[in-house]
Ligand binder design. Structure first.
Ligand code: TYM
Length: 332
């Protein structure tokens, strides 16, 4: 079985971009592979954040992941900071990571230009991401398209580390591959930028039916469809991309036909989407409410996940320390 690793930041609500781009895929993969899924709180602190709400947001993200169907019986779900080997490997990998590659990362450049003072942690963000995956020697990483550059750098870091240190004992990191879903880039409701927690253009997975409809009603569609009588093009409509995540193939075909022939207006199309989305998400909200009522149970499940992850992480670190020539504490 291949080993799969992926992560999500607890920097806001779980939204349908995360869900269609990555998390829905995770739920399927957990029954086919050996999976680890991580709430990456240490990544979330690389930008200005509210310390007083971070632990609650971490629990909320875990609740969302369990509610959409991640099952601790099938996948290891844990919080990044509960396994300190992530930061240890991060440091060791920093020593083989070219600074120029970090400065070239588009996510770094985007985030850095929005800040008056840029912390070194933001620059090193992709190295911690490489450590997350390489710590478990995972080979498959299900992510949205925005993570591809980080994945390429991760492979480069693995190659450089292997070239420098593998000779000292035969241990090597595999080069991880990205796994993209069909909805690899869901746009926000503005139809302009990627749907993103920080841009406020999201539909939350746990939003109420009323909120879902209120958000969908004004959402951007095919920009060339100006009046109700104009035929539309589903291929360039973000609402149709979302239909593909929530509506049956028959409904998608009906929606596409009625759009192209101007049989329906955009609002008709959105009403069908809202109904399907609300029906799909009702059981998710219900499970989330039940989990939220028992936060100590969620914390215990996360602790158990971290304990399992740590066993694997320690095995890797023993090899990595040895290959890099660090003195074993036991030999001192
Ligand atoms: P994050 O928290 O931004 O997003 C989590 C996952 O959701 C995907 N995603 C999207 N996919 C399609 N359309 C969208 N609008 C959209 N928005 C988000 C992201 O691509 C991601 O897969 N750096 C990562 C977290 C991370 C990680 C890792 C991922 C840390 N360590 C190791 C993989 C492996 C991030 O910021 O995800």
């Amino acid at each position: 079985m291949a080993r799969v690793f992926s992560g999500i930041q607890p920097s806001g609500e779980l939204h349908i971009g995360n869900y269609l781009g990555a998390v829905q895929h995770w739920v399927k993969l957990q029954r086919q592979h050996d999976c680890l899924f991580c709430v990456v709180d240490l990544h979330a602190i690389t930008q200005p954040y509210e310390a007083s709400s971070l632990s609650q947001r971490t629990i909320d993200m875990a609740v969302g992941l369990y509610a959409v169907g991640l099952d601790p019986q099938h996948a290891i779900v844990f919080v990044q900071s509960h396994v300190p080997e992530h930061t240890e490997l991060n440091w060791l990998l920093n020593t083989v990571t070219p600074l120029g590659e970090l400065e070239r990362q588009t996510q770094f450049k985007d985030k850095a230009q929005r800040q008056a003072s840029v912390a070194a942690g933001l620059l090193n963000y992709p190295v911690l991401q490489a450590a997350d995956v390489l710590l478990y020697r995972a080979t498959l990483v299900p992510v949205g398209e925005d993570q591809l550059q980080h994945l390429e750098l991760m492979r480069e870091i693995a190659r450089r580390w292997n070239a420098r240190f593998t000779n000292n004992g035969g241990f090597a990191f595999p080069e991880p591959q990205a796994l993209l879903s069909t909805a690899k880039r869901v746009l926000g409701l503005d139809g302009q930028a990627k749907m993103s927690k920080s841009l406020g253009n999201t539909i939350g997975l746990l939003d109420s039916p009323e909120t879902i409809w209120e958000k969908l009603k004004p959402a951007a569609t095919d920009p060339a469809r100006v009046t109700r009588k104009d035929p539309g093009n589903p291929d360039i409509c973000n609402i149709f991309t979302i239909h593909q995540g929530f509506s049956s193939p028959e409904t998608q075909a009906r929606v596409a036909h009625n759009c192209r022939t101007a049989g329906w207006g955009c609002l008709d199309c959105k009403r069908v989407l809202a109904d399907n989305m609300i029906a799909a998400l009702a059981p998710v909200r219900e499970r989330a409410q039940a989990l939220q009522a028992e936060p100590s149970g969620v914390r215990a499940t996360l602790r158990a996940g971290a304990a399992k992850a740590r066993v694997l992480a320690r095995e890797t670190m023993t090899q990595v320390r040895r290959c890099m020539g660090l003195l074993d504490a036991g030999e001192a």
